[in-house]
Design a protein around this ligand. Structure first.
Ligand SMILES: Cc1ncc(COP(=O)(O)O)c(C=O)c1O
Length: 345
């Protein structure tokens, strides 16, 4: 099922990096593009620490292993399956706590009732990139001496109180899967502020190798390749495309004046991960909103037209129309980068 359309950067830029990989004949094992991507991501996200790994699922498993979690973990029932399956894979017991219907995130007011003497951690997902109530969760974790892991798979660029959401919890994890706003085809990352945990996770990512023939603890293969890192490096050359996605994806309430509360909530949350919005309500604005989110209208054919001509009979809504026109013009400006050529009318 196509959930979101992956962002395809200009192919020539990727091919140029591929030529370098061929020349070096260095395909994986902490190569120069992996290092370059890690540096660029830290700069882009204003982070001190980050480890690039092979996907968002292994990121969760490394996080659990690094914190030594083996028993009960309080988690959300509303996430992608990997949040729960990684717990089970690591031999932990998921304990579900219901979500807040407003945010779709775990409801902190229900967490304490679920804690018992076997509870070791809270694993919460920032659903659709909307941060959990981090302050409340951290307060509970401190009170009960629990570790906190945030599954921030949907959160590229998300901030909480002015800081990257990746900096919260004992460990945060993310996914750079092709469907995410920023992607490396397959990929993910782990984040922590604790240098010891970081060192431990770096060892775990590479089988526990502390030297070519020495090991420190037991690890797994969580490395990622030069080919995947290359896609990330190229995608980071196009922050305007990512920003455009963000721009298109916010303030939907202005664009859907007659939508119900629940339609708006769904639209906002889904927009955050770039998913086309489906609302019952159909008017010029919602149609255009769906267009701007990459659904099925031929953006290319609009390139040379005055897009305001599309809006006969909506004179009383000209402010909204103007705003939408600006957004459409931005889409057209970046239509090559956003790979909109194949969109059908
Ligand atoms: C909330 C959440 N957690 C974990 C994952 C797993 O990430 P990956 O597909 O990179 O293994 C996903 C993937 O979409 C996700 O949405």
């Amino acid at each position: 099922m196509p959930v979101t359309k992956p962002f395809s950067p200009p192919i020539a830029e990727y091919q140029e990096l591929l030529s370098g990989i061929w020349q070096r004949n260095w395909f994986t094992n902490n190569g120069p593009l992996v290092n370059d991507l890690e540096l660029k991501l830290k700069k882009h996200l204003d982070l001190k620490h980050l480890l690039y790994v092979s996907n968002g699922t292994i990121a969760l498993q490394i996080a659990l292993k690094a914190l030594g979690i083996t028993k009960k973990v309080i988690t959300t029932p509303f996430s992608y399956v990997a949040t729960t399956s990684s717990l089970v894979w690591e031999g932990c017991k998921p304990i579900y706590v219901d979500i807040d219907p407003e945010t779709f995130n775990i409801d902190p007011t229900k967490i304490e009732d679920a804690i018992d003497s076997d509870t070791e951690a809270i694993l919460a997902t920032h659903c659709f990139g909307n941060p959990c109530d981090i302050d409340a969760i951290d307060r509970i974790a401190k009170k009960h001496n629990l570790k906190v892991i945030y599954d921030a798979a949907h959160c590229f660029g998300t901030t909480y109180k002015g800081k990257s959401v990746f900096t919260f919890g004992d460990i945060s994890t993310t996914s750079f899967h092709a469907t995410k706003l920023f992607h490396t085809i397959e990929g993910g990352a782990v984040f922590t502020q604790d240098p010891e945990v970081l060192k431990n996770m770096a060892l775990m990512r590479n089988f526990g190798h502390s030297g070519p023939e020495s090991f420190n603890g037991m690890g797994i293969n969580g490395k990622n390749s030069e080919f995947h890192a290359a896609m990330g490096v190229v995608n980071l050359n196009h922050p305007e495309a990512t920003i455009l996605y963000r721009l298109l994806n916010r303030d939907v309430s202005d664009l859907l004046p007659d939508a119900t509360e629940s339609e708006l909530r769904t639209a906002k949350l889904m927009c955050h991960i770039g998913q086309p919005v489906k609302v019952k309500h159909e008017n010029v604005e919602s149609a255009v909103l769906r267009i701007s989110l990459g659904s099925r209208v031929l953006a290319e054919s609009w390139k040379d037209r005055d897009v305001s001509l599309f809006f006969h009979g909506v004179e009383n809504q000209m402010n909204q129309v103007n705003m939408i026109c600006q957004k459409i013009k931005l889409i057209l400006k970046y239509s090559d980068v956003l790979n909109l050529k194949d969109i059908q009318s």
